[in-house]
Design a protein around this ligand. Structure first.
Ligand code: GTP
Length: 349
């Protein structure tokens, strides 16, 4: 069976489990995950190498493949410049894809269908939920590539609820397949992969075999810091926060030092927030909150980089940055990368 390859975007509403699915398929934490909606702000490429699976009496099998998975921000109606940027990332991720995984959180109650008892009109939270589903569906309706419906969080509902869910979603769109999974428990992923590879065309690798992502480590580091802020602070603070790495000094060698300890990566990061009150929360009494964020992030960064890490964090106020187009665009890691390259080139001259 010839090698297959392709780009597969994972889209869905905030909190559906897109990042959890990406990490589960890759077997490695690439995207940050929290219980808070709108955790993911940019699209993340995760490169998955899948070995050949031979056909058996019970399984169809599949050829070897490279699947480039694209995690995206949750689909929502944009409000601020940051929201607009996040939705642009979703639209970009839907451009010329080989397949799309439309992921749905099955713990969301289904809106009532017309004629089922009362007026049939969904109101309140449920009505809003139906409107958000409609908005998400309107994006996939325009696609020409196959869309697989992924019913996630099956571990959290009774099995008997599956059929009504399939019936409901099948009336809304003609999906290439419907696969129930639990991304958290890693259930149903084999079948999902089989179906995904079934949609890919024969072709060469897009990325070298052992490359996990196109996102450089310094940006993964910024995300790990943001994840700890999301986990440790409440209310509006996490949403008003952006992390920018200002210094990222890697050790010259990854070999252990003479005293047997691992070498050190020196990192400085700025945490931007919108108001002085938020800054006070992020720093905490006698710097206690910033210390907790730093300690938690450092542990994860050390296991990502395989070195010890010296991490310095600073908090700065940038009023209403989420509504500033220029600031939001500067946060884009692809743009930051271009700027770093330009700066280095200027220094070398
Ligand atoms: N019970 C259960 N919870 C899950 C499952 N998959 C994800 N979750 C939880 O759902 C929450 C959201 O997961 P994420 O992976 O961050 O969701 P997302 O779609 O990437 O979210 P956004 O970045 O906000 O768009 C987290 O608390 C996850 O642990 C699952 O299969 N079962």
């Amino acid at each position: 069976m010839a090698f297959r390859s392709g780009f597969v975007s994972i889209i869905g509403r905030p909190n559906a489990g897109k990042s959890t699915l990406l990490n589960a398929l890759l077997g490695q934490k690439l995207a940050i995950v929290t219980h808070k909606p709108q955790t993911t702000r940019t699209r993340i490429h995760g490169v998955l190498e899948v070995p050949l699976k031979k056909k058996t009496k019970v399984e169809a099998g599949h050829p070897a493949a490279q699947v480039v998975l694209v995690d995206t921000p949750g689909i929502h109606k944009p409000d601020t410049q940051l929201d607009k940027r996040m939705m642009q990332e979703v639209h970009d991720a839907l451009e010329s894809r080989d397949a799309v995984l439309f992921i749905v959180d099955v713990t969301h109650r289904l809106p009532k269908t017309p004629g089922a008892g009362d007026s049939g009109k969904a109101t309140g939270r449920m009505g809003m939920s139906a409107a958000e589903d409609d908005f998400a569906l309107s994006l996939i309706k325009k696609l020409e590539c196959p869309v697989i419906l992924v019913l996630n969080k099956m571990d959290a509902i009774p099995k008997k609820d599956l059929l009504p869910l399939i019936a409901h979603w099948s009336t809304l769109h003609c999906f290439a397949d419907v696969i129930p999974i639990s991304a958290r428990k890693k259930e149903g992923l084999e079948l999902l992969l089989e179906k995904v590879i079934g949609q890919l065309k024969e072709g060469q690798r897009y990325f070298p075999k052992h490359q996990l992502t196109d996102q450089p480590e310094r940006f993964l580091v910024a995300e790990l810091i943001r994840e700890k802020i999301l986990m440790l602070t409440g209310e509006e603070v996490p949403y008003a926060t952006a992390v920018v790495i200002e210094k990222f000094e890697e050790p010259t060698s990854l070999k252990k030092m003479k005293d047997g300890r691992l070498p050190v990566t020196k990192i400085s990061a700025v945490i931007f927030c919108e108001r002085t009150g938020q800054k006070a929360i992020l720093i905490g009494k006698q710097g206690e909150m910033l210390k907790r964020i730093g300690t938690a992030a450092r542990k994860d960064i050390e296991s990502l980089l395989g070195t010890r890490v010296f991490l310095e964090l600073f908090v700065k106020v940038q009023e209403e940055w989420r509504s500033s187009r220029g600031f939001v665009e500067d946060l884009d890691w692809r743009r930051q990368l271009e700027e770093i390259a330009a700066k280095q080139a200027a220094e070398e001259k």
